[in-house]
Design a protein around this ligand. Sequence first.
Ligand SMILES: [Zn+2]
Length: 90
Amino acid sequence: MHYIKKCYHIYMWNILQWINRQVLYTYPLIEDCARCRDCGRNVHDYHVPDEIWLKVIGSEDGVWCYDCFCNRADKKNIKWKVEIIIETIS
Ligand SMILES: [Zn+2]
């Protein structure tokens, strides 16, 4: 049931994104980019140490955006902070 609710949530999000692309043009979703399992948004690259990821998610599988990862960490009361590393990828 939880899985169906999540699918429905992502389905509705995709409809909103479609409307957005056609009418509002504010946040175009990149179709071939990874999507967050919780909210369906595109996931931008960020780094979390493996041990923290495993504590929060419990598995190496899956893709979560930064916001949803932080929400899950908060729910488990796991405190962490990100360090920004700037790299140029040519
Ligand atoms: Zn998300």
